[in-house]
Design a binder for this molecule. Structure first.
Ligand code: ADP
Ligand code: ADP
Ligand code: MG
Length: 691
């Protein structure tokens, strides 16, 4: 085994690799960019080397700096994690040339599987089933259009060099083909530096089922069963589980053997994943009729590898290190067993209600469910456990430079039903304040009938959208009650219990009253709290006929938590108001009250009435960049009349294109940037006069 390895990555995967290395007594070297100088992965390793600026091309993609770091620290091997250099055959070759072990497959295998089109040609020879399509070298647009017409719509255009769900366009009809092709090629060249594409039949309602494979340098190759990653957004995985619901032992064996054949065809060594797209001609109730087609092979450790670890009790990073050190695979195919059911949820900084736009910001509050960090499942069975793999701590920043994934939540249970319940509970206990995340959205997905009943396909999110987006599981009166309760608890803690010491109260009919004002989206919600003679509190939320009135009672419960730094109280409260009761944790962040309850979370703005006297209505018609990025194009010019929802501009940020739409009907008065301009988050892109 190695004495010291360098981890050429960041975030959760760098921490994950470091955990196993530490357990095996292998020393670790971290590398880091400017933005990551104080990152968790740096602390997780024994040594750390600064390798450059924040943008990946200035640090995590700079091989020479990484090879130099390995040399100077005396590391014998390099673990690339996923993303960055993990699937870069030139880097794998450079490691070997520098006398270092690349913890991954040989460069020849990466190269054979690196381009989707070429790997498909190879798989065709190995008789692995393929989706009907075109994966030739000729890239003439007219020929591509003719191929798409031949395949029949809908088709999917894919960047051959693509990954991470980027560089893909579904095309419904022939007329749309060339526009989609152009946009796909543009994204492909920006993200992958290669605009070659392939075309596939767009499989309707498919499942994504992938097989974990492992090879060693002694000619062994096994499969560690499957993972179902059908729940996706933007062609990217949201939830992953193992085993795949409905999978039969017969189909598992056939898919496993096809995956091993694919791996053997390229002399695979180490951890790899063969991804299949699976058609369900018999519908959800006849999984035995599923037909699978090779999609691509990822020649690295996968983000979702923990679900395989949970059901097999194995440490896949340990296997990677052993294989890279020249040891044979620890187990043979017939020795591999599965137990129970595991699900992983990817917690991302993004706004599901706004087309999953990635979000940036500071993790002002980051509370995780009671969990274990990575542990070897055979030592300490994950059953009953929740595992959190992350690379951040409270107070850390999610910057625009890297992936928007904040953490992975992995649960394991004896059955799928149990795992689901644990996941829902773990998500409820995950409190993040400071930036938009998909935590609430994930809960809605987990509870949706389709997911709960395992009616899986890649259209699940779209099919269930009415239940998934813009949901408010906490009623407005209850959220206001919790926020008021928190305010009172904080006041008692800092000022004593005397309500009469407050300056903003008044007396009416001998009853002391206080006024509050909240904003919930665009709605203004006044609230009045009356201190009754018997000591009870009567709260009125809203006004007129829509108002809710009732007694408010609350009590901080026994397990008071530490106070989140700078954000007021974080006591757990039992709150009862107007027929509803809940346990709530409320974080105050400036004027924002973030209410977390077991049924969900809701954020209100608590307006400080004194501070805001005399404010005028917010200005309209400003259209700002939702994130730092580049202006790709404007779809309008000054003077154009536009309708609400009409696309105005396309921005590229985080290697993806985002369309900015008109928030209301109006007229464009001025464009403030030109295509190609780099813009900061919040920069005004164009002026719109509304109405
Ligand atoms: P997985 O395939 O492991 O399930 P993803 O597809 O989301 O997970 O990719 C994992 C990570 O690797 C993400 O950070 C993604 O952006 C990155 N990634 C994957 N493939 C590529 C690629 N070809 N080029 C650049 N980044 C990639
Ligand atoms: P990436 O390298 O970005 O992971 P993949 O080729 O693995 O690209 O495809 C990503 C996802 O896109 C798949 O998981 C699936 O949901 C969808 N997809 C890919 N190919 C097809 C297809 N032919 N028909 C329908 N959906 C597809
Ligand atoms: Mg893929």
């Amino acid at each position: 085994m190695f004495k010291k390895i360098l981890i050429a990555n960041r975030g959760e995967i760098a921490c994950r690799v470091a955990a196993t290395a530490r357990r095996l007594g292998v020393k670790t070297v971290a590398v880091y960019s400017d933005a990551d100088a104080r990152a968790k992965h740096v602390a997780a390793c024994d040594e750390a080397v600064h390798i450059g600026g924040s943008a990946p091309k200035d640090s995590y993609l700079r091989w020479q700096a990484i090879l130099d770091a390995a040399k100077t620290t005396g590391a014998e091997a390099i673990h690339p994690g996923y993303g960055f250099l993990s699937e870069n055959e030139d880097f794998a070759r450079a490691c070997v040339a520098a006398g270092l072990v690349f913890i991954g497959p040989p460069a020849s295998a990466i190269s054979a599987m690196g381009l989707k089109a070429e790997s498909k040609r190879l798989m065709e020879q190995a008789q692995v089933p393929l989706v009907p399509g075109y994966h030739g070298a000729n890239q003439d647009p007219a020929l591509l259009q003719a191929e798409a017409d031949r395949i029949g719509y809908p088709v999917l255009i894919k960047a051959s060099a693509g990954g991470g769900g980027k560089g893909m366009r579904a095309v419904e009809k022939a007329e749309d083909f060339l526009v989609a092709l152009e946009s796909c090629k543009r994204e492909a060249i920006n993200s992958f530096g290669d605009d070659a594409v392939l075309i596939e039949k767009y499989v309707q309602r498919p499942r994504h089922i992938e097989i974990q494979v492992f090879g060693d340098t002694h000619g062994h190759c096994v499969y560690l069963f499957e993972r179902d990653c059908s729940v996706q957004r933007r062609h990217q995985k949201v939830l992953e589980e193992a085993p795949a619901p409905g999978m039969t032992p017969e189909l598992r064996a056939r898919m496993g053997e096809a995956a091993v054949a694919a791996a053997r065809a390229v002399n695979y060594v180490g951890a790899g994943t063969v991804e299949f797209i699976v058609e369900q001609p018999g519908g959800y109730d006849h999984p035995e009729q599923m037909k699978f087609y090779f999609m691509e092979m990822n020649t690295r450790l996968q983000v979702e590898h923990p679900v395989t670890e949970a059901i097999t009790g194995l440490d896949l990073v340990e296997w990677q290190l052993r294989v890279a050190a020249g040891e044979p695979l620890p187990l043979r195919q017939e020795d591999l067993r599965m137990h129970g059911h595991a699900i992983e949820a990817r917690l991302c900084a993004e706004n599901p209600d706004n087309q999953f736009l990635p979000a940036t910001g500071t993790l002002d509050v980051y509370r995780k469910p009671a969990h274990t960090s990575f542990v070897r499942a055979t030592d300490e069975r994950l059953t009953g456990g929740v595992r959190v793999d992350d690379g951040v701590r409270e107070g850390d920043t999610i910057s625009p430079f890297y992936d928007s994934m904040v953490a992975k939540l992995i649960v394991h249970g004896d059955t799928r039903e149990q795992a689901l319940a644990r996941l829902d509970e773990a998500l409820a206990q995950t409190h993040i304040v400071g930036l938009a995340t998909n935590v609430q959205f994930l809960r809605h997905v987990v509870r949706s009938p389709s997911f709960a009943q395992a009616k899986l396909d890649t259209a699940l999110i779209q099919r269930e959208q009415a239940l998934l987006f813009n949901q408010q599981p906490v009623s407005l009166p209850l959220a206001v009650a919790a926020a008021v309760a928190e305010t009172l608890v904080q006041e008692r803690a800092t000022e004593g219990a005397d309500p009469f010491s407050k300056t903003d109260g008044w007396r009416s009919h001998g009853v002391f009253q206080r006024r509050f004002a909240f904003e919930d989206g665009d709605a203004h919600v006044p609230a009045t709290l009356a201190y009754l003679h018997d000591g009870a509190l009567r709260l009125t939320v809203g006004e007129g006929t829509g108002a809710t009135t009732g007694l408010l009672s609350f009590a901080p419960c026994a397990e008071a938590e530490a106070v989140a730094v700078g954000h007021g109280g974080a006591w757990r409260l039992d709150v009862t108001f107007a027929g509803e009761s809940t346990r709530a944790t409320v974080y105050m962040q400036g004027e924002r009250a973030h209410v977390f309850t077991p049924r969900g979370a809701r954020t209100l703005v608590e307006v400080d009435l004194l501070a805001h006297a005399g404010d005028t209505a917010a200005e309209g018609g400003r259209l700002t960049a939702p994130m730092p990025g580049k202006v790709v194009s404007f779809a309008v010019k000054a003077g154009d009349a536009v309708k609400k929802g009409q696309p105005l501009a396309v921005m590229e940020a985080m290697k993806m294109e985002h369309t900015i739409a008109a928030p209301a009907d109006g007229t464009v008065t001025e464009l403030l940037y030109a295509p190609g301009d780099q813009v900061a988050e919040g920069a005004e892109l164009l002026k719109l006069s509304v109405g």
